[in-house]
Design a protein around this ligand. Sequence first.
Ligand code: NPG
Length: 366
Amino acid sequence: MTIRAIELVRASIDLVTPMRTSYGVNAQRDLLYVHVIGDDAEGWGECVALTHPGYTDEYVDGCEAVIRSQLLPLVGATTTAEQFIESCLGIERNYMAKAAVEMALLDYWLRVEKKSLATFLGATQSRVVAGVSIGIYSDIDELLNVVSGFCAEGYSRVKLKIEPGNDIEPVRAVRKAFGDDLLLQVDANSAYSIEDAQHLAQLDEFNLLLLEQPLAEDDLAGHAELAQRISTPLCLDESIVSLASARNALDMGACSIVNLKAGRVGGFLEAKKIHDLCFERNIPVWCGGMYETGIGRAAALALAALPGFTLPSDLSASKKYFLEDVTTPFELVDGCLDVPNTMGIGVAPNQGTLQRITTRTEEFRL
Ligand code: NPG
């Protein structure tokens, strides 16, 4: 039961539809996988960082450098995910880099122990309600067509990206076109400031599930003030990077809903702690997405199956993102995605597909 080597695999895969957010457009997914190779099993981790540091301060090349120089030296032949996270205490932040290594170690050791990630985390659901996140469209008719297509596919919750100048009118149009029954929420990716409070209050007439991350990642006080000035529930994403930051946000009244992503908070062990905190405080949690391939999607589904995840996820079917996923594609069934229930994360990359998209592989023998 020993780890013999770890590979860092860089790859690139096109997104089916370029995604425009308040800080830019993503047309393809730069990928970084951590591949743990042992005597009796292999483990895979997918780094959620994007090409540029627009979402948070991490980006994929930076994560690769931190993993190579700072994190892999902490991994020995028998290092578990828990021991790895413990040994990272001397390394600040770098959450997405840590999460990719932690995920590969969890996958590896859970396969050795013949346990699923879902069981390990305490999942209570066998499938997860799939929502869909839709980028910013300048043409409202085009946006309505896109929403219509996803509703026809069976998605029961729509998230619209918004930014100043592309907010009230598109939301009004979608609400008008699809009626009050459509579960609808918006995500600003920190595009506003507290001076926009009165403008954002216009969203209150649309009966939204939530307004996600309207202000800057570090502006908890601003979010707490905004929460007093609008009735749409506030949800935080980028601001929640650890159990402590989740507790601070809730104690300050900066949000009443949490978007949880293991990759953003340093891994699944920390994500479970944040879930448990929210669960005991009756704070609804839902699982966000980072355009993961099937590797990251499989693990995110295990997390999203915990009892506190009571709102639809941003985890959509593989075909929303990629013509050919790296794993067997995740498919929508009655608006849901099945939670993998076999050992570890329950999936592994298709070798042929992985080889076709791989740009570089670096092996570190232990
Ligand atoms: O479907 O995986 C997906 C993407 C969901 O909108 C989504 N993610 O802010 O949560 C977000 C957003 C995002 C994150 C967009 C990072 C771009 C980069």
